[in-house]
Design a protein around this ligand. Structure first.
Ligand SMILES: NC(=O)c1ccc[n+]([C@@H]2O[C@H](COP(=O)([O-])OP(=O)(O)OC[C@H]3O[C@@H](n4cnc5c(N)ncnc54)[C@H](OP(=O)(O)O)[C@@H]3O)[C@@H](O)[C@H]2O)c1
Length: 295
């Protein structure tokens, strides 16, 4: 079978398609034929030395999202060959066949196609879990930074449904217009004057601005950047959230997609042989949606 392997630290040129042995299924695993996956910022970070996620072993297969079809499962499994499935699988999704722990898998509803499915797991589950940790109460307000991004966009949609008074923060006027059209939510550009919110969900690594957080406010970030000392001093608490694979959370998310209450945006779809182009695009600023790889 084919896998996208990263053979060194570096840019897109460090990733290429290689022939490798098809993995063997262990008891408890479900063998999945990957139809589509996506490129997430974490994949780029894995390829970059000096990041929290730097790889220490090459060759490495990246990729956290899976939409695919079950090839083989245990007799007593809830899954069987032919099932359409979805998984948040940290990590190693960028290959044609992956053994996935059963508790990472979910059946993919018929109304969600594989490409759209592959856009869902990492961004949505991260948004859901981090938002939940903020425990926003009635009367509080929320600012989501990086609102046009994957995690930021899902956080906006989830918070809107929970009727939380919220606004988003984006990089420039063009993104502001796009986000206002998409979400019908107040948007601020980074260099504007921004009011103070009782809670901040940061996805953009904006962690040094005391004026956006009310005194004794709460801030959660999914970036790897450091919260500044001044923001730490002013806040009741700040936290770096790291996503956890959770079948129930993914189930909640998929149900929202099926009801039309959550949406993905797809920026581009590439074949696995075009991985370098996909990584090049993912490394750039200004994308409006997920970058999908089809296997
Ligand atoms: N801890 C975890 O468990 C976890 C899970 C998932 C993701 N993450 C991390 O969360 C971050 C966001 O992930 P994602 O998938 O949502 O990425 P994404 O789709 O690339 O979105 C990031 C968004 O933030 C915007 N942005 C970046 N810097 C900005 C700034 N200074 N001002 C305004 N907007 C800014 C980007 O705009 P431009 O396109 O203009 O740059 C982009 O719209 C990444 O660092 C990722 O690694 C962490």
């Amino acid at each position: 079978m084919k896998a996208i392997q990263v053979t060194n630290y570096g840019g897109p040129e460090a990733a290429s398609v290689q022939s490798v042995d098809t993995p063997i299924k262990n008891k408890g695993d479900v063998l999945v034929s990957v139809i589509a996956s996506s490129v997430n910022p974490v994949d780029i970070k894995h390829m970059t030395p000096g990041t929290v996620q730097e790889i220490d072993q090459f060759p490495m297969v990246l990729g956290w999202d899976i939409a695919g079809i079950v090839i083989e499962a245990d007799k007593d499994s809830a899954f069987q060959a032919g099932d359409r499935v979805l998984a948040l699988h940290p990590q190693g999704s960028w290959q044609q066949v992956v053994p996935v722990q059963e508790n990472q898998l979910l059946k993919l509803p018929e109304d969600i196609d594989f490409i759209y499915g592959a856009s869902i797991p990492l961004g949505t589950v991260t948004a859901l879990q981090a938002l939940r940790k903020l425990k926003i109460k009635q009367g509080e307000t929320l600012l989501v930074t990086g609102a046009l991004g994957s995690v930021g966009g899902y956080a906006i949609e989830l918070a809107k449904q929970a009727k939380i008074p919220l606004a988003g923060l984006v990089r420039n006027k063009e993104q502001k217009k796009m986000c206002e059209d998409l979400f019908d939510v107040t948007m601020y550009v980074s260099d504007e004057t921004i009011p103070a919110f009782t809670t901040v969900f940061d996805t953009a690594g904006i962690l040094g601005r005391t004026e956006i957080l009310q005194p004794q406010g709460r801030l959660i970030t999914v970036s790897d950047d450091k919260v500044s000392l001044n923001v730490e001093k002013q806040a009741l608490w700040t936290e770096h959230h790291f996503v956890r694979t959770n079948q129930e959370d993914l189930q909640t998310i998929v149900a929202l997609f099926s009801k039309g209450k959550l949406h993905s945006r797809i920026e581009a779809v590439y074949s696995m042989n075009e991985i370098q182009e996909a990584l090049k695009l993912a490394s750039q600023s200004g994308n409006n949606g997920k970058i999908i790889i089809v296997f």
